[in-house]
Design a protein around this ligand. Sequence first.
Ligand code: OSB
Ligand code: MG
Length: 380
Amino acid sequence: MTAETPHPAEGRRLGPIDRADFITVRLPFVAPFGTSIHTWSVKEALLLRLESGGVVGWGECVADPDPFYASETTTSAAHILRAFLLPCLAADQSLGELLHRIRPVRGNRMAKATLENALLDLLAKREEIPLHALLGFPARPIPSGISLGIQEAIPALLEGVEEAVAKGYHRVKMKIMKGKDVAWVAAVRERFPNLPLMADANGDYRLEDAEHLLKLDAFNLMMIEQPLSYTDIAQHAHLQRRMATPLCLDESIHDLDDALSAVELGACRIINIKQGRVGGLLESLRIASACAERGIHVWSGGMDETGIGRAFNIHLQTAPDFTLPGDTSETSRYFKEDIVAPPVTLDARGFIAVPPGPGIGVTVREDLLEKATLHRERVI
Ligand code: OSB
Ligand code: MG
């Protein structure tokens, strides 16, 4: 797939959307998740439920209620969907035409991804095929990865890494921040000399910290994710020129053009594609393909999604251009009780099976959804 050629799914007719609902859910995390910016202890997500001819498609917005990871929030996404995106839906329209009609809406890619995801799930279910087949890829075992939040002290981090290794995760990401970086990475590396290991700073450093960050070159990390500001690309290019460790961009990449800029400037050698952050699965495939052509590895990040968003990330990773393990972990790591069945689990070799049913392949459990629901609003 190239940036110019439309994806075959874009040719599918949408048909009438009989009903659309926003459902805001709240699921407590089994443990708080800390990053350099913020610590989250519950997952609050905006879900979009579309109904057409008795078929239901689901989308999960990756925005949080707060703007601490990204500027979009559940409230801003609901507003953009309600006022600008959903009104573009028309029965006599292909998916491609709809995506073209919403192009004048700038930014707000989390809101856009929510609608795109729900429509793709709906289309696949209508055709009774799995989402990965609609995307054009056979199922394959998906490698697993885990993102360990900032801990109070090093022993707790080592414990977390040990558990992850025992479980069979294919790579471990540890969050770092100022004051919890070099010594923490050193401790993990000393205990696990051969572990595929990476660090994510969520933008905690500035280019003035380059000397300090260079110390991380000693630990054979797969990559350092988003060391500098969430708004920056150019300074990452300066840092990458000085560092041996590959840099990976997360927050700085909102779409294909950002990815192309970053690659052209040499700002990173790897990109974390969160499909919910870049406007959806089709934009993710365009980014992945453009990166593959340029020798840049990509992987699928996560936003601590419920089972709905997690399923989209799993289907996306059937695309062969996703060459590195992502942040896709077992459901039980996040939630005691999710809203879908079956939960994500690792097999004996640490892989995740793509759920085989139609669409996203997981079933929203009405009883669990009800329990988790904070708010419902019918929008169509
Ligand atoms: O930076 O990748 C990140 C979660 C919330 C916000 C930002 C990030 C993350 C993660 C967790 O790293 C990924 C996951 O387990 O879903
Ligand atoms: Mg990140």
